[in-house]
Write a protein that binds this ligand. Structure first.
Ligand code: PDD
Length: 280
């Protein structure tokens, strides 16, 4: 297994960064997770574009030209023989003595790791759907930036796991669902309308989300980008989550109560297939 650190491909166990890396001390960095499906990167352009946006929002420089970063990504996948899996890519503001303000001349740190995936979903997750719990969204005000500051999602996901759930849906102070701890949240209403929250500072605008919206539109599925409450989700016909690697995954229980008839929905499964067909 190979990783990449600042210009070098290294065995995973030897891939290290300095203790004064600002990612380590301040979570002063951004990341992307890109899926490889049957040997092809899914939505790579979208992920690269969002990476550029995250960097710009934090006034960070690209460690190398985007096309060079993309070449490294492809090379790391090749060296790992990845057919199905993902690449994790992280850029931090670099190594400097600890001081909150931007360092004068630190060079950004670029690291990438590769992961093989045997199956993107377990058969029972597709047959029965997954459970989610709801927890208050205690994250900061710029969730649109894909930063490595992930403590609130870590706590939420741990709580989900301890409750036997797959994901935690984060709920804003007004009672609406923002998104999952590492996914976007969707419902399908009784009338068959697909509903997901519009992009804003309140959520990460998922690349999978954007592709699913386009695929839904192409199939004539009505879409409303608006917030929804936990109560509306419980009375919806279907619910699902989306992210790189989960694509669209049916949610059939929220806080232990069934969604719709408690089975994965037809629209969800059709969108999942549409995404796989598109990305492969
Ligand atoms: N998470 N919302 C949040 C908060 C996320 O962390 C993610 C992705 C998404 C979905 O975005 P995309 O479709 O671009 O993957 C939405 C990644 C997978 C992670 O942190 O591992």
């Amino acid at each position: 297994r190979w990783a990449y650190v600042n210009g070098r491909y290294l065995p995973h166990a030897q891939a290290t960064v300095h203790v004064e890396d600002r990612g380590f001390q301040f979570a002063d960095g951004v990341y992307e997770v890109v899926t490889i499906l049957d040997g092809r990167f899914a939505d790579l352009d979208g992920h690269m574009e969002r990476l550029g946006r995250s960097l710009a929002e934090l006034r960070m420089d690209w460690p190398a030209a985007p096309r060079v970063v993309e070449r490294i990504l492809r090379e790391l996948a090749r060296r790992n023989g990845l057919v199905n899996g993902s690449i994790y890519l992280q850029i931090t503001r670099g190594v400097a003595p600890r001081d909150f303000k931007f360092p004068a001349n630190a060079k950004p740190t670029l690291v990438m790791t590769a992961k093989r995936v045997a199956a993107f979903a377990k058969p029972e997750q597709l047959e029965q759907g997954v459970a989610v719990i709801t927890v208050p969204d205690i994250r900061w005000g710029r969730r649109d930036i894909k930063t490595v500051g992930l403590l609130a999602p870590v706590l939420a996901k741990q709580q989900a796991a301890e409750s036997g759930a797959y994901e935690a849906w984060l709920v804003d102070s007004d009672g609406t669902v923002t998104e999952g701890s590492s996914s976007n949240a969707w419902i399908v209403t009784g009338a068959g309308t697909l509903v997901t929250r519009p992009p804003s500072h309140a959520i990460l605008n998922g690349i999978t989300r954007l592709s699913l919206l386009r695929l839904a539109a192409e199939r004539g599925i009505p879409v409303e980008e608006r917030p929804f409450t936990v109560e509306e989700a419980l009375s919806a016909r279907e619910a699902f989550v989306s992210s790189a690697g989960t694509f669209a995954l049916p949610v059939t229980r929220i806080d232990g109560r069934p969604v719709g008839d408690g089975k994965p929905g037809a629209v969800t499964m059709a969108l999942r297939q549409a995404y796989l067909d598109y990305a492969k």
